[in-house]
Design a protein around this ligand. Structure first.
Ligand SMILES: Cc1ncc(C[n+]2csc(CCOP(=O)(O)OP(=O)(O)O)c2C)c(N)n1
Ligand code: SF4
Length: 276
């Protein structure tokens, strides 16, 4: 029989004492609360969960939780999380970050994390801008978004993260909206339970540099179709999608990558390997 936890696990269990410094109204607040709700729904203990991030407003998430956290280098969250999961397969590993962190400097890691299919849950808070560094366009910024830093827009076609995730081998692909914390929490639960690399795009408005994104709540809708496990059908749907269909869009059957023997995680062994 599994022993019952001595203290009930609630979303509060996962909230640290660090007060978020996000702008009032930033979508990332509700993503944080969706993550803590999801972990409580899964009845995980904080010491069995690690949240890994790079740099950006959205990448501050680990500091705001009581789980193990790694707030690393810009764009390098996925390789750090991959190493952690391979070495400590018993941990639930979540990766959190933004579209700049994940698709610009971290774009190459995104492709290979999907390809490797290690059992991670990657949550990208996409606000189509670099929030932390004051409003530069990101790979998901619309080509005609006019701003002081990119007058008349970049003119560059947007990156399509869900299509790229599918083509690269991600095993679970979903989209949600930060304005729906309960729906987002349920989706995170599904993503964590699904073996392999799970990718969730969260439309999370940057109210400071993209105030017009407050209008997303009028545009989002539940996906009109059930999730598919057929990559060809999923590709067609995603290629024609307008970016506002919410829900699980693809669930594959790929076996997650996990070496039979986890590499040694003992620092002394690593030091010996690097000794001159
Ligand atoms: C190697 C490196 N290059 C650039 C930066 C500067 N930098 C910090 S955060 C950031 C972009 C953040 O945008 P995003 O990931 O979309 O997150 P948001 O702040 O919008 O949540 C950049 C370019 C950095 N910290 N390190
Ligand atoms: S700058 Fe944008 S992304 Fe960053 S905290 Fe403010 S609203 Fe959120």
């Amino acid at each position: 029989m599994t022993a019952m936890p001595a203290v009930a696990i609630t979303p509060q269990t996962f909230k640290s004492d660090v007060k978020p410094v996000w702008c009032p109204g930033c979508g990332d607040y509700t993503v944080l609360s969706a993550i803590t709700k999801a972990l409580a729904m899964l009845e995980l203990a904080p010491e069995n969960v690690a949240i890994v991030s790079g740099i950006g407003c959205s990448s501050r998430i680990p500091a705001y939780t009581t789980c193990y956290g790694f707030h690393g280098v810009h764009g390098r969250a996925l390789p750090a999380a991959t190493g952690l999961k391979v070495a400590r397969p018993e941990l639930t590993v979540i990766v959190a970050g933004g579209d700049g962190d994940g698709y610009s400097i971290g774009g190459n890691h995104f492709l290979h994390a999907c390809r490797r299919n290690v059992d991670l849950t990657y949550i990208v808070m996409d606000n189509r801008v670099y929030g932390m560094t004051k409003g530069q366009p990101s790979p998901t910024t619309e080509p005609d978004w006019d701003s002081k830093l990119a007058p008349e827009g970049t003119g560059l076609r947007e990156f399509h993260p869900l299509v790229i995730a599918l083509a690269s081998g991600a095993n679970f692909i979903a989209r949600t909206f930060s304005g729906d914390p309960n729906g987002t929490a349920k989706l995170i639960v599904q993503a964590i339970r699904n073996p392999g690399f799970s990718f969730i795009e969260v439309l999370s408005p940057c109210v400071t540099f993209r105030p017009e994104q407050r209008g997303w709540k009028q545009l989002v809708r539940p996906s009109p179709v059930e999730p598919t496990d057929d990559p060809a059908r999923a590709a067609r749907r995603l290629m024609t999608d307008d970016g506002f269909n919410l829900g699980v869009l693809y669930v594959g059957n790929r076996k997650p990558y996990q070496p039979a023997k986890a590499p040694s995680a003992k620092p002394a062994d690593l030091e010996r390997e690097f000794a001159l």
